[in-house]
Design a protein around this ligand. Structure first.
Ligand SMILES: O=P(O)(O)O[C@H]1O[C@H](CO)[C@@H](O)[C@H]1O
Ligand SMILES: O=c1cc[nH]c(=O)[nH]1
Length: 253
């Protein structure tokens, strides 16, 4: 019998873990867990697949969030109910600055709140900010792997198409709110688009939990809209290695 509504997990199954790695994609979960000791499948319900693994003898849970803020908010709330206080998101992302290349890695310091779910946790005046310790651990993990990450602000949108100002859609248009928005974010130095960090950061910063976000750049929106399959796999694999090494640092703290 599960202790929480959606994830199909009990506190006992998490073996005292307080750190969770939270990718969006359920298929990424097993690959992440297999980089740890004793990877064990825990549960799979809807978009939530979870595994447990061990780093230096400490349990770490890996649980997918699905795409977007609403499903992320459920995963984070239920993991917190089970004792998790540190959330490390690993994702894929679309860069919007020309100098950020496909294959590179972005660590988000804070996110533009283009989601709706974060407003259910804190008013818009509250920042979607990452935890300093998680962020610095992510940067260190990148450097340990010989990768210099881009560190900065991410635009985190509820929608993949209009919210990220994509015109390669059936309608070929976006609403007034988003027309010209990519240029505006570029001018403000925003690095990239993804879809979960605004909800994750706001939930965690406003409730005393810690969160960080690292993402592999699979597309650069100033150059192309559709990623190359092989590059995508390689980039995701870099980001996954980095998040596991970040988790190793966080369990040691
Ligand atoms: O690769 P993941 O973690 O799913 O992250 C990114 O990819 C999805 C969109 O394709 C969104 O979830 C976005 O945030
Ligand atoms: O462009 C992109 C690529 C991945 N994920 C996003 O949300 N946007």
């Amino acid at each position: 019998m599960s202790d929480v509504f959606h994830l199909g997990l009990t506190k006992a199954m998490l073996d005292g873990a307080n750190v969770a790695i939270v990718p969006g994609d359920p298929e990424r979960v097993k690959r992440i867990a297999e980089l740890m000791d004793n990877p064990t499948f825990l549960a799979s319900h809807r978009e939530y697949t979870s595994y447990l693994g061990y780093l230096d003898g400490k349990a770490v849970v890996v649980c997918s969030t699905g795409i977007g803020g609403p499903s992320t908010s459920i995963a984070v709330e239920e993991l917190a109910q089970l004792g998790i206080d540190t959330f490390l998101r690993v994702g894929t992302t679309g860069a919007i600055q020309e100098h950020v290349k496909v294959g590179e890695v972005i660590v988000s310091q804070a996110s533009v709140r283009l989601d709706g779910a974060s407003l259910h946790f804190a008013p818009m005046e509250f920042p979607a900010v990452a935890d300093f310790t998680c962020t610095t651990a992510m940067v260190e993990a990148c450097r340990d792997a010989g990768i210099e990450p881009h560190v900065g602000v991410t635009a985190s949108s509820d929608t993949f198409y209009p919210g990220q100002e994509r015109y390669d859609t059936v309608s070929g248009r976006v609403t007034r709110r988003f027309a010209g928005s990519m240029k505006e974010w570029q001018d403000m130095g925003v690095l990239n688009y993804e879809m979960e960090s605004a909800t994750l950061f706001t939930m965690c910063a406003s409730q005393g939990w810690s969160a960080g976000c690292v993402a592999g750049v699979i597309v650069n929106r100033t150059q192309q809209e559709i990623p190359d399959e092989e590059t995508m796999k390689q980039t995701e694999s870099h980001a996954v290695n980095i998040v596991v090494n970040t988790a190793r640092k966080m369990v040691a703290k």
